[in-house]
Ligand binder design. Structure first.
Ligand code: AMP
Ligand code: MN
Ligand code: MN
Ligand code: MN
Length: 286
C-alpha cells in the first residue's frame, strides 16, 4: 500500500512564512499532500483558514502549532497536532509565549546597531504580517534585502545565533507547559526537528526525551526538511527506544528560502507508528 503523504509542519504569514494559509494549502495539494497541518510558531490564529483551505483542496486536516520552549539553556520547538484550536488554556499560553517577542526584537535591533546595522527593527517589521509575531526570520529577510548577507542562512550564522550581535537570550515556555497545553486540548505533542539542537550534549538530549515523555509528550519528528537520511535514521531508532509516535513535516516557510517543498520528503521508515494513526479521530475531512 502506498504510504499517506502527510505534511504536518509548515508556516504561513500568520508566523514567519511568506505564503497565506490558502496559498500554502494550494501548494501542498498540488504537491500531492493528502493530510496537512499548518504549524505557525506560538499561534493558532490561522487554523480556521487552514481547515477551510485544506478542505477546499480535498485534503484531510489536523490542527497544528509549533511552540517555542526553553530547555537546558536552549530553544526547543514542540509541535502540537490534533488539539482543539479554541481551547482557552492553550490560546492563553500561546499569547503569553508571543508577548515577549517585541521587546526581544528591539534588543536584537540594538545589538545590530552596535555593529553598524541601523533601522533593523523597522526593517524587520516591514516583513511582519502578525504584529505579535516578529521573529528572527523577519530580521533575516531584512538583512538580505539591505545587502548585508547573500541569503538568510548567512544572516543566522553571522548575526542571529548564540554569541552573535543580533542574538538575545529569551525565556520561552517551559517544556511541561507546552506539552500540557497541547495534550489537555486533546492533541499530541511532538519534538520538532530533533537533530537541530546541536548544542545539546548526548546527556541533555536524553534528558529532553525523558522529561518530554514524563510530561505526557508522545511524538517525535523523524522525517523533516532539515534532517539528513542519517539523522532521520537516528531519530527513527530513538522513536522506537522511547516508544514515541513518528511525525513527518517539511517545515516549509517560503518558496525562495525552503529547500524542502511541501509534501516532498522521504516516507517514514515502515517500522514506526505514524502520529496520524494515533490521531485518526482528530483528523477532519470535508
Ligand atoms: P525565532 O522564533 O524568532 O527565534 O525564530 C526562529 C526561526 O528562525 C525558525 O523557526 C526558523 O524559521 C528560522 N531559523 C532558525 N535558524 C535558522 C537558520 N540557521 N537558517 C535559516 N533560518 C533559521
Ligand atoms: Mn520558522
Ligand atoms: Mn522549528
Ligand atoms: Mn517550523
Amino acid at each position: 500500500m502506498k504510504p499517506l503523504n502527510a505534511d504536518l509542519h509548515c508556516h504561513s504569514t500568520v508566523s514567519d512564512g511568506t505564503l497565506e494559509p490558502e496559498a500554502l494549502a494550494e501548494r501542498a495539494a498540488a504537491n500531492g499532500v493528502e493530510l496537512w497541518a499548518l504549524t505557525d510558531h506560538d499561534e493558532v490564529g490561522g487554523q480556521r483558514r487552514a481547515r477551510a483551505a485544506a478542505h477546499a483542496k480535498g485534503m484531510a486536516w489536523l490542527a497544528g502549532t509549533e511552540i517555542s520552549v526553553s530547555f537546558a539553556g536552549e530553544t526547543v520547538h514542540i509541535v502540537g497536532l490534533g488539539f482543539d484550536p479554541e481551547d482557552v488554556e492553550l490560546r492563553e499560553g500561546l499569547a503569553r509565549t508571543r508577548a515577549g517577542r517585541e521587546a526581544r526584537a528591539r534588543e536584537m535591533a540594538a545589538g545590530l546597531a552596535q555593529v553598524g546595522i541601523h533601522g533593523a527593527f523597522e526593517g524587520a517589521c516591514r516583513y511582519v504580517s502578525n504584529p505579535e509575531l516578529i521573529s528572527r526570520t523577519h530580521f533575516a529577510r531584512f538583512l538580505v534585502e539591505a545587502g548585508h548577507c547573500a541569503d538568510t542562512g548567512e544572516v543566522f550564522r553571522r548575526y542571529l545565533t548564540n554569541g552573535k550581535p543580533g542574538f538575545v537570550e529569551h525565556r520561552w515556555a517551559k517544556l511541561g507547559e507546552a506539552v500540557g497545553w497541547i495534550t489537555r486540548a486533546g492533541g499530541v505533542a511532538v519534538i520538532a526537528h530533533p537533530a537541530r539542537y546541536s548544542r545539546f550534549t548526548p546527556t541533555e538530549e536524553y534528558a529532553l526525551f525523558c522529561e518530554f515523555k514524563a510530561h505526557g509528550g508522545q511524538g517525535v519528528e523523524v522525517v523533516t526538511g532539515s534532517h539528513s537520511a542519517a539523522e532521520s535514521e537516528k531519530y527513527a531508532q530513538m522513536a522506537l527506544e522511547f516508544e514515541l509516535l513518528a511525525s513527518r513535516g517539511s517545515d516549509f516557510h517560503a518558496p525562495a528560502e525552503s529547500r524542502t517543498d511541501l509534501g516532498a520528503l522521504p516516507w517514514l521508515p515502515g517500522r514506526l507508528s505514524p502520529v496520524w494513526e494515533a490521531l485518526a479521530a482528530r483528523i477532519e475531512r470535508r
